[in-house]
Design a protein around this ligand. Structure first.
Ligand code: GDP
Ligand code: IMO
Ligand code: MG
Length: 422
């Protein structure tokens, strides 16, 4: 069997959590391969709304194994809280969860560094979630990091102290005031808590499942436009959010990748800083924000809203090898008389292109739009694609024609049940 990959094609928050939960009945293994507590994946069913940060979104489905892969950076304190929040649902979490021993640990001092770096950047700040993601990946690449497997070995405390000493030197350089003592006690409690879970070389486990014809779904975090290599650098996250990240973040070979499900919203959102060519600054943007409840699942920050950007979508489809598209939040656009789609950018010298420039800068690209008629109908209780309003069907077929990949799933509301398959 193959590993199917599900990932966001925009700037995150496309609705990955909802769809992973929806699809999880078809898979035996669900695995996160990158990112960490910067992610906020929302699931809604049976009158409950759950936001998962590090735990894979298959956790509520019976018979699934949920793996936190080596490509993830894990905050043990956030993990402990997530586990406690799930306790009332009577899921056997120790049985269902597996953590890679090679997963990097986010230390309290990584979060302090994140804040210090952002503060020093001033108006050019990334708008990080301040969960310690960048500094943790930095230590991983610099070969200084601590991994989950290290907590089981002697000398963990000493290695921790040595790394923190390095961090404190940097914090002093940045003249950043901090109090490590008050955050260290909960950290060590969470490290002790972690030891009851299955901590494994999960690459063996995944490949074993594949050999035994079990289906694996890799759950991406963030989105392709936040990818460290191909996103709107430097306004990106610190991991490879693209399909290739599933190989390095789980230990599966490229030839083992099957379907690549690319998720996008029927419009665009972005939270934090950075370019966003189709951003709406008027009451229309505000209306979409309100209708779509576009407020961050991790930080609560309002999400910037704008029109669907086809050059960016085509780029994301290209670098990921997307085989099927899932369009989310179509219901949000039901409030609009007219809908715009960006088909090309006009550059400063007057040339028209549908490629992303090396440096995506709002002032350098002028979006060219196609106008489309809105459907102006409540679609939240639709149960068959055949009953879709004709304008929505046209919107979908226009996008399919432009990007050359079929849209197989259309989401018309946050609930698990508000999902149409085409
Ligand atoms: P993720 O990070 O990609 O998992 O997405 P988030 O959970 O951060 O943000 C998506 C938000 O949209 C959540 O509040 C979801 O409950 C909600 N959502 C998902 N799909 C739909 C949809 O089709 N329609 C509406 N109205 N909301 C949706
Ligand atoms: P999910 O998985 C949306 C954004 C932050 C910031 C930039 C860098 O829920 O889609 P970081 O904390 O990684 O250093 O922040 O990336 N960002 C996200 N935006 N959804 C996410 O995750 C995000 N994770 C990070 O807002 O602009
Ligand atoms: Mg999110």
């Amino acid at each position: 069997m193959k590993v199917d990959v599900l990932l966001g094609l925009q700037w995150g928050d496309e609705g990955k959590g909802k769809v992973v939960d929806y699809l999880a009945t078809k898979y035996q293994v669900i695995a996160r391969f990158q990112g960490g507590p910067n992610a906020g994946h929302t699931l809604e069913f049976d009158g409950h709304k759950h936001v998962l940060h590090q735990i894979p979104s298959g956790i509520f489905r019976e018979g699934t194994v949920n793996i936190i892969g080596n490509g993830v950076v894990l905050d043990p304190v956030v993990f402990k809280k997530e586990i406690h929040d799930l306790e009332k649902f009577k899921i056997d979490l120790v049985e269902k969860l597996v953590l890679s021993k090679k997963t990097q640990l986010i230390l309290p001092s990584h979060k302090l560094l994140d804040a210090a770096y952002e503060k020093a950047k001033g108006k050019d700040k990334i708008g990080s979630t301040l969960k310690g993601i960048g500094p943790c990946y930095q230590d991983k690449i610099a070969r200084n990091g601590l991994r989950i497997g290290d907590i089981l070995a002697d000398g963990f405390q000493e290695r921790y102290r040595n790394l923190v000493k390095k961090h404190e030197r940097i914090l002093k350089q940045y003249k950043y005031e901090y109090n490590l003592k008050e955050v260290e006690a909960p950290f060590f409690e969470a490290i002790a808590f972690l030891k009851q879970f299955k901590l494994l070389n999960s690459e063996y486990l995944i490949n074993h499942h594949l050999k035994n014809n079990q289906k694996v779904l890799a759950e991406g975090a963030q989105g392709s436009l936040l990818d460290i290599d191909f996103g709107s650098y430097p306004f990106v996250t610190s991991s490879n959010t693209m399909a290739a990240g599933a190989c390095t973040g789980l230990g599966v070979a490229p030839g083992q990748i099957g379907e690549v499900y690319g998720i996008f919203k029927a419009y665009c959102t972005r939270v934090g800083g950075g370019p966003f060519p189709t951003e709406l600054f008027d009451e229309l943007g505000e209306a979409i924000q309100n209708e779509g409840h576009e407020f961050g699942a991790t930080t609560g920050r309002p999400r910037r809203c704008g029109w669907l950007d086809l050059p960016a979508l085509k780029y994301a489809i290209m670098i990921n090898g997307v085989t099927q598209l899932f369009m989310m939040k179509a219901d949000v656009l039901s409030i609009l008389e007219d809908i715009k789609v960006c088909t090309h950018y006009e550059l400063k010298d007057g040339t028209k292109t549908d490629e992303l420039p090396f440096q995506l800068l709002d002032e350098e690209v002028n979006p060219i739009y196609k106008n489309m008629k809105g459907w102006k109908t409540d679609i939240t209780s639709l149960s068959r694609v055949e009953d879709m309003p004709v304008e929505l069907a046209e919107y979908i077929s226009y996008i399919e024609k432009e990007v050359g990949v079929p849209i197989r799933l259309i989401s018309v509301g946050p609930n698990r049940t508000q999902t149409l398959l085409k």
